[in-house]
Design a protein around this ligand. Structure first.
Ligand SMILES: [Mg+2]
Length: 287
């Protein structure tokens, strides 16, 4: 895969394949899950490929200076995906790996729902769902006014499509022609109460964003090459429009017994199963 001009500038972070990055992100997430014995691990496994592309192909940032003004912003509006974001931030060396063992514990910088004031590299607090895209619109607008070239990425869930704020933000982004805004929708068709499309059907999704003035792509979110190509197109588009990459992902991706588990929005995993999951993951990498 060709290298993007906006890859991280830390030379030590290059020369590792995106699939290896995704593997390590999944591994970090499983290790954190094991600390608490439960969590939103199925979402983390599902979104790991997208996060690998985001942090190791698309975003510009300095690991040693997470608040560097010239960085691209990555906004996680789904606070309960914190375990996935921490796994990526650990791989990106923004969070030290040895903090992984503190996940979800008292006085940890890694609370179970992401909070900006606690954790390096976490841009917003995302526990209250449906607000990330609105915040991203404000940030993108502010950056545009400041003549910054930085991009704002917002990862939101299909469950957040139920929220009116999401669509108000989408309409605003189109109206303001926010060409530095890239939304990523994780369509795993699962939310707390069941399959997302059965709770409030959002399909057909791509035409909705198009109607709001967005440049829209839909890809298999577990196909790293496809995700990277979509991110490149989103970033490289000349047309003055906000961009969205709708990513269809599989909950629990890579660990078959978690993929198949019923009601896997929040998983309690038996102590021995964490090691079993890690062994399956490692076996898939030939280790
Ligand atoms: Mg979902």
């Amino acid at each position: 895969m060709s290298k993007s001009a906006n890859q991280p500038r830390d030379a030590a972070m290059t020369n590792v394949s995106l699939s290896d990055r995704a593997y390590r992100i999944r591994r970090n997430a499983l290790r954190m899950g094991e600390v608490q014995g439960q969590g939103y691990i199925a979402q983390a496994l599902g979104i790991a490929d997208v996060l690998a592309v985001a942090y190791f192909h698309a975003l510009t940032y300095h690991p040693d200076d997470p608040e560097w003004e010239g960085r691209d912003r990555f906004l996680l509006s789904i606070g309960h995906y914190a375990i996935a974001l921490y796994a990526a931030l650990i791989e990106a060396r923004i969070i030290p790996e040895d903090e992984l063992e503190s996940y979800g514990s008292d006085d940890s910088r890694l609370p179970m729902s992401s909070m900006a004031s606690y954790t390096p590299g976490v841009e917003i607090s995302g526990g209250s769902l449906g607000h990330g895209l609105g915040i991203a619109v404000g940030m993108a607008l502010a950056l545009k006014c400041k003549k910054s070239k930085s991009f704002v990425y917002n990862l939101l869930s299909d469950g957040e499509l139920d929220e009116g704020h999401t669509w108000e933000a989408a309409m605003s982004a189109g109206s303001y022609k926010l060409d530095q805004l890239i939304a990523i929708v994780d369509v795993n068709n699962q939310q707390a109460d069941g399959p997302s499309t059965e709770i409030l059907n959002f399909e057909p999704l791509a035409p909705k964003f198009e109607a709001f003035g967005w440049y829209t792509q839909r890809v298999d979110g577990n196909d790293i090459e496809a995700v990277a190509a979509a991110f490149d197109k989103a970033r490289g588009l000349i047309e003055p429009k906000p961009r969205v990459v709708i990513c269809d992902t599989s909950m629990g991706k890579g660990i078959p017994f978690l993929e198949k588990r019923e009601r896997n929005h929040f998983l309690r995993v038996e102590p021995d199963e964490w090691q079993k999951a890690l062994a399956i993951l490692d076996a898939g990498r030939g280790q």
